[in-house]
Design a protein around this ligand. Structure first.
Ligand SMILES: Nc1ncnc2c1ncn2[C@@H]1O[C@H](COP(=O)(O)OP(=O)(O)OP(=O)(O)O)[C@@H](O)[C@H]1O
Length: 274
């Protein structure tokens, strides 16, 4: 399946993975948010069954979070969604707002920002557009993406001069610059301190509301999941164990009792009730 995934923009793992290099949608062809449909998705690694019979429908523009114990298959599922790996069975398809099958123009943000140390912040974002874009257009789009993450004043800075949170904002801008229809986030805030993490959650929530892509977030933090997502999926040994709607209005506040009750429900599903 061709995902329209542009590997280089997403860093070294993507470049060495099985994604198809050099395939991308220019920003002008942005598809808009895509709906995702998984049917009976299975994944095995040399006889080790990691994902089992996953059926999931994600409407276009929804923000879902995936939580679960270590090793339950969260990252494996993300890698299938962006085309870095292929399922062993079942199907994954994407559709545009009109319901027509579409390339998702998927991007992924990892826990580590994976910036190019020899390029300044602006050029690190330009990389997200891939090759063949007019340099002036590329610069303009990269500056707009940096503005979106409130980092335009660092455009000429080296990555080594940035804080961890700022580097992760550059990585986010690099993913946003091509106007993805699907943004996949693999523990993107996991390496940040608690306060920076909350600030970044607010930024992510705002960016998602403004740009309207479909988002799939993997996190170990159930509080982060209920603060950001419309819906939280609990994976257990490669199966969907719980599919929980989060209806609280945005902006959400940490400590809100409604969210705390959902957190409790998620922890019970992940750890088992004692
Ligand atoms: N390329 C691979 N080859 C073989 N086994 C793999 C490969 N990738 C993942 N696995 C196995 O699949 C299982 C699920 O891994 P995955 O990384 O998806 O879990 P996870 O839920 O994301 O874990 P964590 O929360 O610790 O990051 C693990 O047992 C892992 O060892």
């Amino acid at each position: 399946m061709r995902h329209g995934f542009y590997a280089l923009a997403e860093g070294l793992e993507a470049a060495e993975g099985s994604a198809e290099h050099g395939v991308r949608e220019p920003a002008a062809n942005a598809v808009g948010p895509v709906a995702i449909r998984l049917r009976n998705v299975e994944k095995r690694f040399a006889g080790n069954q990691v994902l089992r019979g996953i059926d999931l429908d994600v409407p276009a523009g929804q923000f879902i979070a995936i939580v679960g114990k270590s090793g339950c298959g969260k990252s494996t599922l993300l890698r299938l969604l962006v085309g870095l790996d292929r399922q062993s069975g079942g199907s994954i398809t994407f559709a545009d707002a009109a319901g027509e099958e579409a390339e998702p123009n998927a991007r992924i943000v990892f826990q580590e920002p994976r910036l190019l140390p020899w390029a300044d912040v602006l050029d690190n974002v330009v990389v997200g557009l891939g090759e063949g874009v007019d340099p002036r257009t590329a610069r303009r789009e990269a500056l707009a993406a940096l503005d979106e993450v409130q980092l335009s004043e660092k455009a000429g800075q080296w990555p080594s001069r940035l804080s961890g949170g700022q580097r992760q904002r550059v990585a986010l801008a690099r993913s946003l610059v091509s106007k993805p229809g699907l943004l996949v986030l693999d523990e993107p805030l996991g390496a940040l301190d608690a306060l920076t993490r909350i600030t970044m959650q607010q930024l992510l929530a705002r960016v998602w509301r403004e740009l309207g892509f479909t988002a799939v977030l993997v996190t170990h933090d159930v509080s982060e999941a209920v603060n950001l997502a419309d819906r939280v999926i609990v994976l257990d040994e490669g199966r969907v164990a719980l599919d929980l709607a989060v209806r609280a209005a945005h902006p959400r506040r940490h400590g809100d009792p409604e969210l705390a009750a959902l957190e409790r429900q998620l922890l019970d599903a992940i750890l088992g009730k004692s």
